[in-house]
Design a binder for this molecule. Structure first.
Ligand SMILES: [Zn+2]
Ligand SMILES: [Zn+2]
Length: 545
């Protein structure tokens, strides 16, 4: 698939899921990529943390790829760069704060010299072949959220990236209604837009409101305060610095991602008035009403600062009457892990305030009123929902059509959409999918390794070793070992019976080793099934003498 005299869109991630955004635009033989993100793993991939998009399609067509343009610094937009960008061999483009975060990643992976990273001014223009690209600042839950105006010979695309409307975002200067209307006046063929919060009837709300609520909440507290929030939300960090000052508290910061984010913020001109940070020891010596601790771990990560404090496993500690503010939302899937930490804190008589008790968090994605405003300003001919599961994208398309956008195209990862010329429609299908980072190795999500891992983790494993002599007879007894099979008190009895079953199976041996292996496997598995009701993975190792 090579783009001809046409304008194509192809998502390799982020359409049909929330996470690992990768979008391709194709025109006159060339492609550009917008974003290259990761997803976080789930229990379906035991023992792993990261999920990457499968880029086989564009790797095969890498000679036609002109560059990778990054909208903003969230992991679902830049996280896959250190794993996948080098092979594509093209330069990256990002604004300075985002570029700072990317540089950390490249340095960590020893790739700083191998991947060219171009820094573009906040509202900078540049060209990649037939694509003219302009960064359009928009509010989001990280500094330097950006949309992209992509000019092509077939019309302009407004790719929103992740966005919200916020008149008082505390950090950055988002484009105004007038500026966005001016983009609409130039004519926009397609609006490629964030679908995350399409089911929210209300607008996302302002960081200014969060600032007031946090200040109000903290004013009334006479004990130690710990606040957990997303490290990348610089506006929130700046607010917490201000609230600490305003309430006469020293600021302490716990968590590596926060340290890195603050360092990058200062290096790129943000958090200029941020208070000095006190060390853990000093924070614990201060009177309880003189300290505010900002900590990572609000999503229930057991190894992050809040989780370790809750386990009593950190230099910082909380006691009866201290308060933890969750200035974050629960990301779906993390409720159980967050609950574990909240129960531990409750047992310690620590008070908790979440977004349910006070307006101490706002989302970074647009609700319906914000989406409607964007449609009115941009006035696209086509709406192309992205950054959503299928239910979000379908609803987003319905909303856009209802609001008078003439056409909407609902696509998912791998669908090739022709935006122009002619009617917009899906014209093909390319490979897309997920890869898993397992240790240092990247493997297919649906491949043998993950299948085996899942089976072993769910059913346990039995290894059987036996030796066959030159006459084809069993030499000695088979040896068995179990891993994670629910045999505890009657272990010896079980092993005796399983060894007997294996021995019996070898009696039928006629010279066919593969058949012997299968007979022994089935015999041992049958025994395990009878004893436990489980079907463990059984591996049979045969030594021939
Ligand atoms: Zn984002
Ligand atoms: Zn995102």
């Amino acid at each position: 698939m090579k783009p001809k005299n046409e304008l194509l869109f192809l998502a390799l991630g982020g359409s049909g899921e929330i996470g690992m955004n990768v979008n391709l635009y194709g025109c006159n033989g060339k492609w550009i990529m917008v974003d290259l993100g990761i997803s976080f793993s789930d229990p379906h991939y035991p023992g792993t943390d990261l999920v990457l998009p499968d880029l086989e399609f564009i790797e095969r067509n890498a000679k036609d790829l002109l560059g990778i343009v990054l909208t903003h610094g969230h992991e679902d937009h830049i996280g896959a760069i250190p794993w996948l960008a080098e092979e594509l061999g093209v330069p990256l483009y990002a604004t300075k704060f985002t570029a700072g975060l990317i540089r950390y990643k490249l340095r960590e992976h020893g790739l700083e010299k191998d991947i060219k990273l171009n820094i573009i001014e906040d509202d900078g223009h540049f060209r990649l072949g037939d694509f003219g690209i302009r960064y359009i600042p928009l509010a989001h839950s990280i500094a330097e959220g950006n949309g992209l105006l992509i000019e092509t010979p077939y019309g302009n695309i407004f790719h929103t990236g992740d966005w919200k409307l916020d008149d008082k975002p505390q950090i950055g200067t988002p484009s105004t209604a007038e500026e966005l209307t001016a983009i609409g006046d130039e004519g926009v063929l397609a609006l490629v837009c964030d679908s995350t919060n399409v089911f929210n009837d209300n607008a996302s709300g302002s960081e200014e409101m969060v600032r007031e609520s946090l200040l109000e909440a903290c004013k009334g507290i006479k004990t130690r305060i710990m606040v957990t929030t997303f490290a990348s939300n610089l506006a929130r960090l700046q607010t917490l610095g201000e609230v600490a000052k305003a309430t006469g508290r020293q600021l302490c910061v716990a968590g590596r991602s926060l340290d890195r984010m603050i360092e990058n913020a200062k290096a790129t001109g943000y958090l200029k008035a941020f208070p000095d940070i006190v060390r853990f020891e000093e924070a614990m010596q201060l009177p309880r009403n003189k300290v505010m601790i900002v900590a990572t771990g609000g999503q229930g990560e057991p190894r992050a600062a809040l989780g370790r404090v809750a386990q009593g496993n950190h230099k910082l500690s909380l006691e009866d009457g201290d308060v933890v503010l969750f200035s974050s939302k629960q990301i779906p899937g993390n409720e159980i892990a967050i609950g574990i930490i909240q129960n531990r804190l409750a047992e310690m008589n620590v008070k908790m305030i979440t977004e349910r008790q006070a307006d101490i968090h706002v989302s970074g994605h647009p609700g319906r009123p914000e989406l409607k405003s964007m449609y009115e300003w941009i006035r696209p001919k086509i709406l192309l929902p992205v950054h959503g599961e299928m239910r979000h994208m379908k609803e987003h398309a319905r909303l856009g059509l209802e609001q008078g956008i003439p056409k909407a195209v609902v696509q998912k990862n791998g669908d090739v959409v022709r935006l122009a010329p002619g009617e917009p429609k899906i014209v093909g299908r390319e490979r897309s999918g997920r890869l898993i980072v397992d240790g240092d190795i990247i493997i297919a999500a649906d491949g043998a390794t993950m299948n085996e891992r899942r089976k072993i983790s769910q059913n346990g494993q039995i290894s059987v070793a036996l030796a066959i002599d030159a006459r084809g007879k069993l030499s000695g007894d088979p040896v068995l070992q179990t891993q994670g099979v629910p045999i505890e008190d009657e272990r010896d009895e079980f092993l005796d019976e399983a060894v007997d079953a294996a021995k019996k199976a070898t009696r039928k041996f006629s010279g066919d080793i593969a058949k012997l292996r299968e007979d022994v496997r089935l015999a041992v598995r049958r025994t395990a099934r009878e004893w436990t009701g489980k079907k463990p993975v059984v591996d049979v190792l045969i030594v021939e003498g």
